[in-house]
Design a binder for this molecule. Structure first.
Ligand code: NAD
Ligand code: 6OD
Length: 485
């Protein structure tokens, strides 16, 4: 297979012919080659996006634009199987996960943000003036212009469309730089855009890496008006520096080291099930995933034993294996990083409750990026494994004795993306939720997402909020018009 850039409505190879390999994380076999954008390719994409702003897209009435985006959502659903196969091949994730989360949400992102925009009122204020006639103020939103979308590999279509949906709904044009690990669904979306009649240049894709490659060329391009990024905090810092030139707007969704707080008064069945999902779904590669679990002492032993038992029931296997609910990590490189933390945990004095190594997957899959789901206990609060984001299928469990202690432990981190609180006491639920220094809190649930709500992180987990009307704030320029009557 060959994954080309999608520029101005056409699939094109790099001007200099450069490519890189794309490998299947299940067995490290070659999926295909991907064009690697040079500065000239990125320039062509950005200029196409700029040009499209003054073409039919720029003239289109909001209702027409919204109708087109609804068509895009429908077309993703019609080509569901192709998107599903592409996403599973790139990431190795079980079909059962991608078919319930990644692809439906990839389509829903186009509908939800169109609806939000269509139903969002603009503000208006009548002002008294000394002559008694008054003045009318009203808010008018226009697109920001060309938006650079830099996305990661863990939920490729979902996280990319979470940004492309509102960007296009607001009338912008986009240049997307998907992760080098997962080029397929962003490319396939180019076909869908053409099939739906989205004008050329509105949606562009350039492939490549970060530094001195497509990511850097895109974020430093002077015609980019805003940059929306999802990925690691350290990458976010680099992109912020690039955005500071020309004072371009940024939206940053970055890393996390998210806590779960399990109180003795919770429904333990639900807490175990929810923590299982939050720590291990998608092989732990979810920014909202739980890596630190704090359990009130009376239920600590039982919780650890039950989570261990459930983890040991996970079935590792290929995406198409219907029994499998646990795939490989995204790449051998990421496996190396996660495995280094497994070794570090032991050096730092952890008790390995389960897992901790690389599983034997048999001759056909042993060259893939497999890793065991892992639970630790007994680490000190300042251990690196407790403080640094691992982004793998692992968590550390620690007991606590009081609500105050649990809150202090949960907040003792540089990150602030989300927290999960498990308690049947509603007063405690509100108290603890409001004390969490994060952008999102779930009480007695996890990753229960309503697209109309704000999404984003506190502290080093990000800057700004997207989702619902909050996305409109970032993706449009609000102008106040004052009319003297
Ligand atoms: P990453 O930061 O390595 O890469 C993300 C994207 O940035 C990729 O497309 C990459 O090519 C690009 N990039 C890298 N360096 C760049 C540079 N110098 N200039 C421009 N672009 C550059 O992240 P990843 O490994 O793909 O994803 C995992 C990380 O993403 C984790 O830290 C995870 O927590 C985070 N994440 C956060 C959220 C969220 O919503 N907060 C969601 C998913 C993932
Ligand atoms: O559900 C969402 O809207 C969202 N942005 C999820 C992010 C998951 C991170 O891996």
């Amino acid at each position: 297979m060959q994954f080309k850039h999608f520029i101005d409505g056409n699939f094109v190879a790099s001007i200099n012919g450069a490519t890189f390999e794309n490998r299947d994380p299940v067995d490290n076999s070659l999926i295909g080659t991907v064009s690697e954008a040079s500065a000239a390719d990125v320039d062509a994409a950005v200029k196409a996006a700029k040009q499209a702003l003054s073409g039919p897209w720029g003239q289109m009435a909001q209702q027409q634009r919204i109708a087109l985006l609804n068509k895009v959502a429908d077309r993703i659903n019609q080509r569901f199987e192709e998107f599903l196969a592409a996403e599973c091949r790139d990431t190795g994730k079980p079909r059962s996960i991608a078919s319930h989360i990644d692809i439906p949400r990839g389509a829903a992102n186009f509908k939800a943000f169109s609806e939000t925009l269509a139903n969002h009122p603009t503000e208006s204020f009548k002002l008294d003036t000394p002559d008694g006639a008054g003045a009318l103020n009203y808010g008018h939103r226009s697109p920001k212009g060309v938006v650079a979308v830099i996305s990661p590999w863990n939920l490729p279509l979902l996280l990319m469309t979470f940004k492309v949906g509102p960007a296009l709904a607001c009338g912008n044009t986009v240049v997307v730089k998907p992760s080098e690990e997962t080029p397929a669904t962003a490319t396939l979306l180019g076909e869908v855009m053409n099939e739906c009649g989205v004008p050329a240049g509105v949606y562009n894709v350039v492939h490549g890496f970060g530094p001195q490659s497509a990511g850097e060329f895109l974020t430093t391009h002077p015609l980019i008006n805003a940059i929306t990024f999802t990925g690691e905090t350290r990458t976010g810092e680099v992109i912020m520096r690039a955005a500071s030139v020309g004072l371009r707007n940024i939206s940053m969704e970055c890393g996390g080291k998210n806590p779960a707080l399990i109180f003795a008064d919770c429904d333990l069945d639900k807490a175990v099930e929810g923590t299982m999902r939050s720590a291990f779904v998608n092989c732990g590669q979810v920014c909202l995933g739980t890596e630190r679990v704090y359990v009130e002492r009376p239920v600590y032993d039982e919780f650890v034993a039950r989570l261990k038992a459930d983890v040991e029931k996970l079935k590792l296997g290929r995406p198409e294996d219907e029994e499998a609910n646990f795939g490989p990590l995204v790449s051998l490189e990421h496996r190396e990083k996660v495995h280094s933390y497994y070794k570090l945990a032991v050096e730092e004095g952890a008790t390995v409750v389960t897992g901790g190594g690389i599983p034997d997957m048999g001759a056909e899959m042993n060259s893939g990026a497999w890793i065991e789901p892992t639970i630790w206990t007994d680490l000190a609060d300042d251990a690196r494994v407790i403080r640094e984001e691992i982004f793998g299928p692992c968590c550390h469990i620690r007991p606590f004795d009081t609500e105050e202690e649990a809150i202090a432990l949960a907040n003792d981190t540089d990150y602030g993306l989300c927290a999960a609180v498990w308690t049947e006491n509603s007063s405690r639920a509100v108290r603890v939720a409001e004390a969490m220094e994060v952008g999102l809190v779930w009480v007695n649930s996890w990753f229960l997402r309503d697209l109309r709500t704000a999404f984003g992180g506190a502290k080093q987990s990000g800057i700004g909020r997207e989702g619902g009307v909050h996305g409109l704030e970032f993706y449009s320029e609000l102008k106040n018009v004052c009319i003297k009557l």
